[in-house]
Design a protein around this ligand. Structure first.
Ligand SMILES: NC(=O)C1=CN([C@@H]2O[C@H](COP(=O)(O)OP(=O)(O)OC[C@H]3O[C@@H](n4cnc5c(N)ncnc54)[C@H](O)[C@@H]3O)[C@@H](O)[C@H]2O)C=CC1
Ligand SMILES: O=C(O)C1=N[C@H](C(=O)O)C[C@H](O)C1
Length: 238
């Protein structure tokens, strides 16, 4: 498969290593404005975007216009997500966004949903999310923490929003910490006066995120439509 890497930083480089090991070819490594490239004239099967929040929407929609399927892991651009979906459908292209491509985090999401269902109505327990990432991260809270909050909100009758740091009674507080070299740690806790129930996912490296993105790229090639990691992992997440 011929892959365009939109963003060639920490994730782009890790994806390259895994993709090449799986027999794919990297035909573009983008580090600046996508307008400088004539995608129509290039032979690209799938684009994988791990760039920066400011660039993601333009990168993604430029690919849709050239009928190139996109796997996007960039976080911090979701105010434009619905517009991107509309454009994908209009151009009859293909798209997967995931706040986190690792299989482990997608299993953790399932656990989070189940725990949220159990804890709904347990008014003695206060829910909180904490995320820890490296100091170069541009956005806070992390996309994964936002996904965790949305999954809890879908199950919890008392919560209808999330807030960075200090939250109102109907909101879930998300604490974001930045510590050098941490690839990504997420904790969901329910604390009462008596005890605390906690679930945690700790990434030991970027390998899981990158492998998941390459597997998603292999999966989406030749498809049309808007998909999620749940579709890609449907066999594992039954
Ligand atoms: N969904 C997931 O599983 C994961 C998502 N991420 C997200 O992926 C993104 C990238 O993360 P890292 O690689 O750690 O960041 P990074 O800062 O190491 O790399 C970003 C790269 O984007 C490049 N860039 C700047 N402007 C660009 C443009 N207009 N078009 C294309 N590229 C451009 C920069 O030169 C840089 O090389 C972040 O938003 C991060 O939150 C990171 C890890 C996992
Ligand atoms: O910026 C990162 O590094 C990561 N970003 C993603 C997020 O915002 O959730 C996923 C992962 O935790 C690493």
């Amino acid at each position: 498969m011929k892959i365009a890497l939109l963003g060639y930083g920490k994730m782009g480089k890790t994806i390259e290593e895994i993709a090449v090991n799986r027999g794919h070819e990297i035909v573009l490594k983008l580090e600046d404005d996508i307008d400088n490239f004539e995608l129509d004239k290039m032979d690209i099967d799938v684009a994988i975007d791990f760039s920066i929040p400011k660039a993601a929407f333009k990168n993604i929609t430029t690919c849709f216009k050239s009928d190139i399927p996109v796997v996007c892991g960039t976080t911090g651009w979701l105010d434009d997500y619905e517009k991107a979906i509309e454009l994908c459908k209009k151009e009859n292209s293909a798209f997967i966004y995931a706040s986190n491509f690792s299989v482990g985090v997608n299993l953790f999401f399932e656990l989070n949903r189940k725990l949220a269902k159990i804890m709904n109505g347990m008014s003695d327990y206060a829910v909180e999310i904490e995320e820890i990432h490296h100091t170069e991260k541009q956005d806070a809270p992390s996309g994964t923490a936002i996904s965790l909050a949305q999954q809890i909100i879908a199950e919890n009758d008392q919560k209808n929003n999330w807030q960075l740091d200090h939250a109102e009674a109907d909101e879930i507080p998300i604490k974001a910490k930045r510590i050098e070299n941490v690839p990504g740690t997420h904790t969901v806790s329910y604390a009462s006066e008596i005890d605390t129930i906690e679930i945690m996912h700790t990434a030991k490296s970027r390998q899981g995120f990158a492998l998941g993105a390459v597997v998603a790229a292999e999966w989406i090639k030749g498809k049309k439509g808007v998909f999620s990691m749940k579709d890609v992992l449907s066999d594992q997440l039954k």
